[in-house]
Design a protein around this ligand. Sequence first.
Ligand code: KG4
Ligand code: ZN
Length: 342
Amino acid sequence: MSVKLLTIETTCDETAAAVVTDKLEVLSSVVASQDELHRRFAGVVPEIAARAHVQRILPTIDEALRRANVVLADLDAIAVANTPGLAGSLLVGLMAAKTLCAATGKPLVAINHLHAHIYACRMAAGREVFPCIGLIVSGGHTSLYRCGNPTEFEYLGGTIDDAAGEAFDKVAAMLGLSYPGGPAISAAAEHGNPRAYTFPRGLAAERDRLDFSFSGLKTAVRYTIAGPGKPDLAALNLSPQDVADVAASFQEAVVDSLVMKSLLALEQTKLKTLCVGGGVASNRLLRQRLLEESLAGNFELHIAPTHLCTDNAVMGAVAFERLRAGKTEELDLDILPGLVRH
Ligand code: KG4
Ligand code: ZN
């Protein structure tokens, strides 16, 4: 009989629950996206996210159990992502998990959301991928880790300002494209010339530093569209070809930075495996460029499948690694919203 886990994910703006087994079989996966609630703000509004989680968490858990054809009594433990993320959002998932544990007596397991993003690669690979360099690239994070094992990461570097996904979302808003910006920019870029504009690759010149910077790039795009000092974006006057060219040139700059620093991390650590997770990892150009580099550079590449790139509860199967090690939590477990750099 397999061990079954209910996993809960509410770190940002997706309410998600899944039932997974210790053989890493996915019995169900439910993701209630809040994209439509945040669209008109072109970014996640923490208060709105927290309230939407409150409304969606119980139906999402119910649906995950129903689709897996299990009841609470069939579960061996309940796991929840309690770090890092938006405080109000994290609290909703944690309270739901603790309440279910209190009511059923099942053990509670903590999930680090960043560990989960990289574990999505382990799940898809169907075999060991550790030790590896982990690149987590999403709306809230852009960081490189030395991942010795699934639950112990050493922070090597990360963005000193915006996350890459955030830059995609902001630039999409400037260009009048829809939210979330990543898929919209990527689609517009298909028809654009990536060399139409030369945008900055932040910190590229710092050859020994594994950090990223995207705010200068964002400003460069803004000045290209509207000119310095002009408060109103003239995006509406851009032709579709202009939009495509800016989108393609911007995407090229982000991808260049991500690829460059990932290769540097591999070189510095002498590790031979790169695992990539997070929403931006579903970007087609990034996937293609990393694949080319892995073939040329002789390192193993694992990128999470696109449905496991954006936030989901399936990747919370990383909780089995803690459960196996006997690491369960008391019911006074708290949230840790900030990025703990390991
Ligand atoms: O991992 P995720 O769902 O949430 C966070 O933990 O942040 O990532 C969401 C981010 C958004 O910023 C979105 O624009 C970006 O991932 N994204 C993409 C693509 N699909 C989603 N960025 C670039 N290209 C894509 N195809
Ligand atoms: Zn995430």
